[in-house]
Design a protein around this ligand. Structure first.
Ligand code: ARG
Length: 286
């Protein structure tokens, strides 16, 4: 006898995205990027538009930030900061090629009426900070520093859980770990075990004993770079085993092809920054 599946419910998200108008691969700051491989910007835009259409069909509120010329990675909005409990903790990029994106996203946050906390520590926003229940899983190893974990912990009334990444092809936490249900008390995640060091694996296994362990094949098409509303999990179209794992848990996999953006080492979640309003406001609305 297997345990009955929990009842899944969708809560549409508010997200910020950036059209890949200037997308290309002109430098290499992760293992996926090879400037000698040609990119097709029109195709990237078409695929990204498909992602926007998917979100709108799920009832998401999609805001757009103006793309800036000369910033080909600005499409990866997840890296623009972390918005939680009405506070926007700004990004401070590890690589000079992306540093101008930090102030651009910070300006958007201020314009949206969020309290902006300007980071002094190097961090790449939701690329490395994932909110699950009352905790924030926080990646380090390649981009965001341990100092940023401490800085974030001093700003929010939440547990910050450090996790260390060890593989350069899974350089951001959101490439190796997906939040499937962020609701406090019913947290569910999926992750790629080989992307983490031993201590981090123990933390993950202790906190989430029933987590989905993704296959190497699915992780390699950025299956874990996913966005969930608690029911629908928007993920890579060709991550077939992952889709089956999700369905077996009562989630509805929604596949989107972002193969052009994968040339820059990005997928669904990378293109998506969640705009979480204050806890009290959300509770009042409930
Ligand atoms: N080319 C980008 C970089 O290396 C990809 C960012 C992907 N974003 C993410 N949230 N994992 O910075």
């Amino acid at each position: 006898m297997t345990a009955p599946l929990p009842e899944r419910a969708a809560t549409p998200l508010s997200v910020l995205m950036c059209r890949p108008t200037y997308f290309t691969v002109s430098y290499a700051i992760n293992a996926w990027m090879d400037p000698s491989t040609p990119t097709d910007t029109a195709r990237a835009i078409r695929q990204w538009e498909q992602l926007v259409a998917t979100y709108r069909s799920l009832g998401f509120d999609v805001s757009l930030i103006e793309p800036l010329p000369g910033l080909p990675d600005m499409v990866f909005a997840a890296n623009g900061g972390l918005v939680v409990d009405g506070l926007a903790y700004t990004a401070s990029f590890a690589h000079p090629q992306r540093q101008p994106e930090g102030p651009a996203y910070a300006e958007w946050f201020a314009g949206a009426g969020l309290d902006v906390a300007h980071a002094s520590a190097v961090n790449e926003g939701e690329g490395d900070f994932l909110v699950v229940g009352d905790a924030i899983l926080s990646g380090t190893g390649f981009r965001s520093t341990e100092d940023s974990h401490a800085e974030l912990a001093s700003l929010v009334d939440r547990e910050v859980v450090p996790l260390t990444l060890v593989r350069d092809d899974y350089y951001h936490l959101d490439t190796a770990l997906a939040v499937l249900d962020a609701t406090p008390g019913q947290e569910e995640i999926a992750y790629l075990p080989s992307a983490f060091d031993q201590d981090s694996l123990e933390v993950l296994r202790g906190r989430y004993p029933h987590a989905i362990e993704a296959s190497e094949e699915d992780a390699a098409v950025f299956a874990l770079n996913a966005v969930s509303d608690g029911l629908h999990v928007v993920t890579a179209a060709d991550a077939t085993l992952f889709h089956a794992q999700l369905a077996a848990r009562g989630f509805v996999p929604v596949g989107v092809d972002l193969s052009e953006l994968l040339l820059a080492g990005g997928g669904v979640k990378c293109c998506t920054l969640e705009v979480r309003r204050p806890r009290e406001a959300a509770e009042r609305a409930a």
